[in-house]
Design a protein around this ligand. Structure first.
Ligand SMILES: Nc1ncnc2c1ncn2[C@@H]1O[C@H](COP(=O)(O)OP(=O)(O)O)[C@@H](O)[C@H]1O
Ligand SMILES: [Mg+2]
Length: 227
């Protein structure tokens, strides 16, 4: 049986306090296993990015448990959250967020500098990921020279650099045409499956949902299995 890597229990998230407070997430529970790639859809403003931020140790829930690799991180202090994020989470954002003055390979090495393992091993890991994602001819290029699809592939490679337990992708295809978007999601799926990692992708793009194992929908602060 595949091992559970994430469990959310009755997550609630409120912004603001008193009369002006607004509850974005009301009662969100879900489990995610190793090797699983799930999509979360929902209207704009429904709290998808907020939920990813909670899972990704960027934000704490107002109540509920976030059990990541058997550790409840829900009430962790910021410094402890930072270390969880560095060691256990890989992020892929809508705009790839590459550093303009670093080459493709340097973008990947930047992650390993702030992470855990030795340098030689990291160079090998970066080279493997670059090759895997079809970027070997781009290894020494700067972001300005890359197409939108290539930038997102670098972002995928970077997300896997710290050997995360979970990869979180927030609308990773939003700036791509449908063919490039499909390729990018296929690559995320491939990396998740071959490395036995888990991933959650937030998206608006109905055309890529079939590439995921499950689709969940957030609406009115609740989460539903989409059928
Ligand atoms: N730090 C914050 N303070 C107050 N409101 C916020 C904050 N972050 C997000 N929100 C509100 O929470 C709602 C959900 O936002 P978000 O999670 O970004 O939605 P989605 O990603 O589904 O479009 C929005 O109405 C947004 O304005
Ligand atoms: Mg969002």
């Amino acid at each position: 049986m595949a091992k559970e890597i994430l469990r959310l229990e009755h997550i609630q998230k409120r912004f603001g306090d008193g009369d002006s407070s607004i509850t974005i997430l009301k009662d969100i529970s879900l489990t995610l296993k190793k090797g699983e790639f799930i999509a979360i859809v929902g209207p704009s403003g429904s709290g998808k990015s907020t939920l990813l931020s909670i899972i990704g140790a960027l934000l704490s829930p107002s109540s509920g448990n976030v059990i990541l690799d058997q550790e409840n991180i829900a009430a962790y202090k910021p410094s402890k959250l930072t270390s969880v994020r560095k060691n256990k989470i890989g992020f892929i954002f809508q705009s790839s967020n590459l550093v303009s003055y670093l080459t493709v390979k340097e973008q990947l090495m930047l992650i390993s500098d702030i992470s855990k393992t030795g340098k030689k091993e990291n160079v090998k890991k970066a080279t493997d990921l670059i090759n895997h994602l079809g970027l070997s001819h781009r290894s020494k290029s700067y972001p300005a020279k890359l197409s939108g699809g290539e930038k997102q592939r670098v972002a995928i490679a970077r997300a896997f650099m710290n050997d995360p337990d979970i990869v979180l992708a927030d609308e990773p295809t939003a700036s791509l045409d449908s063919e490039r978007g499909k390729q990018v999601v296929e690559m995320i799926s491939h990396e998740v499956k071959t490395r036995n990692k888990a991933a959650i992708m937030v998206t608006h793009d109905e055309r890529i949902l079939h590439l995921c194992d499950r689709v969940l929908r957030i609406e009115d602060g609740q989460i539903f299995e989409k059928i």
